[in-house]
Structures are given as C-alpha cells and as structure tokens.
Design a protein around this ligand. Structure first.
Ligand code: PGA
Length: 245
C-alpha cells in the first residue's frame, strides 16, 4: 500500500452504550505511540447517541468521529425520529457513512442516497459512500454494471468529489466471513478508481485480524471499513498493526 493515508473506519452499527466508550481508550493509547500515525486515519462511526461523548473522549487524539446515516433534508423539519447532517455535525461528526447496504436493503435507493450525500457535503461532512453488489448480482456477473449505476446515480450532480471516500462493500461479504478473491478485488477497486478519478477507495466486508494480511497485499486499496471487528479494540488495533507489517 503506497497511498498517503490508510483509513481504518470503525462502523459500530446499532451496537454500543456509554460504557462501550471505555474500550476506545486502548485505541487512543495505541495510536499515540504508533509509528505510522501520521499516515493513518482512524475514524469511529458509533450510533448517533454516542457521537457527542465519543468526540469528547477522542479530543486531541487525532482520531475522528463520523455518523452512520442521516435524513436527506438539509434544514430542520417535521420528520419524527430523524436527524439531518447539520445536527450530526453540530455534535462532533466530521464524516458520515451513506449508502450502506443495510440501509439500501430497507428501502434506500440511489436517488435518496444522492440527496443524502448532497446534504451531507453541504453541511461540511466528509462522506463515506458505500457501494457493492449482492450475491445474486455477482452470480449474474453484473457487478460492474451495478457499481456503475450506484456511482452514477449516487453522485449525480456532484462536481466536487474531494470530500467523498468510496467504500466498496460486496453485500455478500458483510458479516459473513467471506472476502472477494484478491484478483477480483484488485480489478473492482481499479474499476471504481477509473470511474471516479483521484478517489480514495476502501474495502469493507468481514475485515478481521486473520484476513488482513491477504487484504493488505492488494495494493490499490486505500483502507478498510470495519464492522464487527471494530467493536473489539484489540482486534481493531491488530488489524491496524498488521496492515503495516
Ligand atoms: P463487517 O461489516 O466487517 O462486520 O462485515 C462491515 C460493514 O458493514 O461496514
């Protein structure tokens, strides 16, 4: 991996209460003395309820905080149960994950994701834009077509893409322990980078301390979006360390 920053993004999903914040101390401590900390970016994306306390905890640590989703409306409104990107920014989020397959699977389409991305960028958040094919689409060999559609529609009318990071997450590899074959992953990342010039492209889906050795050998990946393993500080630190060894 030769890129300027290697990203390690922790997606905590709908896990964690106030006491889970204690485990983050280990990562703060580790990062302080980590030799590669200048070329490494760690971003925690906890549930909304933890954004504020987590950003307080991470103050002065060079570890940043992000959110996992938002409402597409740019201003306040009568949307019971929702929060928008401005509200997330105001409590400490610098990044936001959008287009995650767990939200696509409950009805978020490309058009809605595009509106969310545009509102988040307008609010000054950096966007971690998730794309990926389902197992069925992979079997039909239409991965590139699916990704192309997700990219074209998701980034519709967005000229300046410098605050967008792409996370390629094959749906069939999320939480399953399965990862793509090296060659396939290299080719897909390359394909995405050709579609969005100068973009950072991360891989996500079952990243763990065991498979990181294999994943890090794919030299066009700019980092990892880690779900399950990121809730365990020891595993998360292990993933970071092993990426450089
Ligand atoms: P996983 O999740 O690492 O648990 O597979 C990744 C994600 O959903 O972002």
């Amino acid at each position: 991996m030769t890129n300027k920053y290697i990203y390690f993004i922790a997606n905590w999903k709908m896990f964690g209460g106030l006491n889970s914040l204690n485990s983050v101390y280990k990562v703060i401590k580790f990062f302080k003395t980590f030799k590669k900390n200048k070329s490494t970016k760690i971003i925690y994306c906890p549930p909304n309820t933890l954004i504020r306390p987590m950003s307080k905890k991470l103050k002065n640590s060079r570890i940043e905080v992000g959110a996992q989703n938002c409402h597409e409306n740019e201003s306040y409104g009568a949307f019971t149960g929702s929060v928008n990107s401005i509200m997330l920014k105001s409590v400490g989020a610098k990044y936001i994950i959008l287009g995650h397959s767990e939200n696509r699977s409950i009805g978020e389409n490309n058009k809605l994701i595009n509106l969310k991305i545009r509102s988040a960028l307008k609010s000054g958040l950096k966007v971690i834009f998730c794309i990926g094919e389902t197992l069925q689409e992979k079997r039909k060999k239409i991965t590139k077509k699916v990704l192309n559609k997700q990219i074209q529609s998701g980034l519709f009318k967005i000229k300046n893409k410098k605050n967008i990071i792409i996370a390629y997450e094959p749906v069939w590899s999320i939480g399953t322990g399965l990862i793509p074959k090296n060659k396939d992953l290299f080719n897909t990342i390359n394909f995405i980078k050709k579609k969005i010039r100068n973009s950072k492209v991360l891989y996500g889906g079952s990243v763990n301390p065991k498979n990181i050795k294999e994943l890090k050998s794919i030299n066009n990946i700019d980092g990892f979006l880690v779900g399950g393993a990121s809730q365990d500080s020891k595993k998360f630190i292990d993933i970071i360390k092993k990426t450089y060894n």
